[in-house]
Structures are given as C-alpha cells and as structure tokens.
Design a protein around this ligand. Structure first.
Ligand code: UFG
Length: 346
C-alpha cells in the first residue's frame, strides 16, 4: 500500500483529496497546523471513509517539524503539499507571513525529500500565476505575468523552486496543479470550505447571503469586456479537483511522466460570469439572492478560463461536475454549517 504524506490535509481541497485517497486504498498521513481548519474535519473524514489516517498537528514552516515528519515517514512514496496561506488581501497586508509560510515549507519539504529519499511531490498551484493573459483560454505554456499579490508571487516562486530542484536532482519527481476556482463540497455534506470571518470568495459569499448571514452580495463591477460586464472565471467542483490529485499521484508512482517536473491546468474549460453564477445558484437552490453592483475590486482579472487539453490527454482526467452541481453542493454544505456552527471555530 502506498503511503502519502498530505500537508494541509484537513483544509478545503486537502480534506476532499484525503477522502479520495483513502477510498482508493492509499495509506495517508495528514500534517496540518489547524490554522485554517478544525480537528473535527478529521473525525468527519473517518466517518465518510471508515478509515483512520494518522494525524500530526504541526506547522511545516518550521524546519525541525518538517524533518521530524519526513524522517519518521521516510518510507512514504509521495507528498501532496496543500498547506499554505491563501488569502490574497491578507498577503498584501502581511507579505512576510506569506513568504515565510509558503516558501519555507516548500524549501524544507524539498530538502527533506532529498535527505530521506521520498521521491514524489504534488503541489497546489494556482491560475493566479498567469495574471490576466492576452489569449484565452490559457494553456500551460502561457507565460507567467508579474504577480498581483505576495500570495500569487509565492505560487510562482514555489513553482520555480520545484522546477530548479527537479532540474538539479533527477531523483525528485513533481507535478504542480494550477487550480482555477474551486467551489462546492463533498456529496456527504460532512466536509467543505470553512471560510474564516467574512468570505472573500464568490461562492461562500453567495451561500452566506442566501442563508441570511450576510445582507447582500456585492458584485464587483459590471463594466468589464465580458458578455454581461461581470468578470469570467472557470469554476471547478472540489471533488473533481480531488480526483485530479489522485490521478496525478498515480502518474508519479507509475513513473509515467514525460519530464520529472510537469504542471497542469485544472479547470472545466468553461468560463462563467459572476451573474451567470448567481443565476445558476438561484436555479439550483430555488433561493433568490439579494445582490448589488458596486465598484470593481482592485487586482481582479477581467476574464480567465482554462485550456484543459493537456490534463485531459496526459492525466486522462476531465472535470465532470456542472456549475449546477457546484451550486447545489455549496448550498447543501452551507445548510449543514448552519446546524454545526462549531465548525467555524470560536
Ligand atoms: N466577486 C464578487 N463579489 C464577492 C466576491 C467575488 O463580485 O463578494 C467576484 C470577483 O470580483 C471575481 C469573481 O467573483 O470576479 C470570483 O472571485 P473570487 O474571489 O471567488 O475568486 P478570484 O478569481 O478572485 O480568486 C481566485 C482564488 C485566489 C487566486 C485568484 C487568482 O480564490 O486564491 O483566483 O486570480 F489568487
């Protein structure tokens, strides 16, 4: 049985991926500092899968912590590295926190891999590396644009670090997955996104507005060059994303890579405007949403969606869940949270 270390395994995408790995028979070790999750998510993963993964509550921006985990589990076959700070606005206010957390953890994990011989890594990257591309949809060869935020910069730098390390050390194999906009929740409604405070992202903002927690959705601008003037994104169901991690992992374990460092766009290939998302939510749930158009949000790109040809062909993976499915499951998760406010912490 392959053993996989999952950093950030109790987070939003991490927890869905852990469920998928456990269901597929992998032995999983979760490392998470609970800075953006709750211990109860572990219990919920166990409820869904009937399995009990090992859990280590550790901050991996501290070198000794990383080394102790990797030495103890030097028989691991791979690391899936989710753990990172991810709020764009917070990264602008506190850049050092982002550079420390996101870069240190990457450097220490790669050092630990070199020392212990753990050969494989799957890394959480983001479409943020592309900024606003000139040509749409974006392919993996679309060049990086200067990052809009320290958060985005850490994703670019982490990819560059992995590339350089893979160049220098052919014993290390890595795949970076560039996520578009992950939304939705697991079918069980036992795990999902746990936004801290007022959400920044569109879908949790929509569901909290619909639940009456927030008074109205503010739509940031309707004067973009898009079909209805609101920005276009490629929303992808978190369960599809979780499956892509397992598939990428198998590619590494089966040594099917073309190069020891590869990167793939993970989206559906469909772009939707903010207003289309609002309409899809209303249709999927029967709930009317209060919304208002306000000024543009600084730093927002106008439109972006993925060319997923490479992931479809090389990984043999395709996102299958529709925008309707995403909205329905996001709403069901919001209803579950209403009955379990303890999940959002104190
Ligand atoms: N939006 C609103 N109102 C809100 C929240 C969002 O109108 O209350 C709009 C945004 O303006 C944007 C769209 O909804 O047009 C999506 O916004 P999100 O914040 O959900 O997602 P972003 O595309 O801005 O952010 C995502 C990831 C980030 C990443 C960024 C890179 O969440 O981690 O893409 O572009 F850095």
């Amino acid at each position: 049985m392959s053993k996989i270390i999952v950093t950030g395994g109790l987070g939003y995408i991490g927890s869905h991926t852990v469920v998928n790995l456990l269901e597929d028979g992998f032995d999983v070790v979760i490392v998470d500092d609970l800075s953006n999750s709750q211990h109860d998510i572990l219990r919920r993963i166990e409820t869904i899968t009937g399995k009990q993964p090992e859990f280590l509550q550790l901050d991996i921006s501290v070198r000794d912590n990383v080394m102790s985990v990797l030495r103890r589990h030097s028989d691991a076959d791979a690391i899936i590295h989710f753990a990172a700070s991810k709020a764009v606005g917070e990264s602008v206010e506190n850049p050092l926190l982002y550079y420390r957390n996101n870069l240190n953890s990457m450097i220490f994990l790669l050092e630990g891999m070199q020392e212990t011989g753990i050969p494989n890594m799957v890394f959480s990257s983001s479409c943020t590396v592309y900024g606003q591309p000139d040509k749409l949809p974006v392919t993996e060869s679309t060049p990086f644009r200067p990052a809009e935020s320290p958060y985005g910069n850490t994703k670019q730098i982490c990819e560059e670090i992995i590339r350089d390390v893979c160049n220098a050390n052919k014993n290390i194999q890595a795949i970076a997955l560039r996520y578009f906009n992950p939304v939705g929740a697991h079918d069980s409604h036992l795990i999902g996104e746990l936004p801290r405070g007022v959400p920044n992202n569109l879908v949790p903002y929509i569901t909290q507005t619909a639940a009456g927690i927030l008074p109205e959705l503010r739509i940031f601008g309707d004067d973009y060059d898009t079909p209805d003037g609101t920005p276009v994104r490629d929303y992808i169901h978190v369960v599809d994303l979780a499956i892509a991690h397992r598939v990428a992992l198998r590619r590494l374990l089966d040594r099917r890579q073309k190069n020891n460092y590869e990167y793939f766009n993970l989206g559906t290939g469909n772009g939707y405007t903010v207003l289309e998302v609002v309409k899809a939510f209303e249709k999927a749930t029967g709930v009317q949403l209060r919304y208002r158009i306000v000024a543009r949000r600084p730093g927002d790109v106008e439109k972006i969606w993925a060319d997923t040809t490479l992931a479809n062909r090389e990984l043999g993976w395709k996102a299958e869940r529709s925008l309707h499915d995403m909205m329905k499951s996001a709403w069901e998760w919001q209803l579950h949270l209403r009955d379990h406010p303890e999940l959002l912490g104190s």
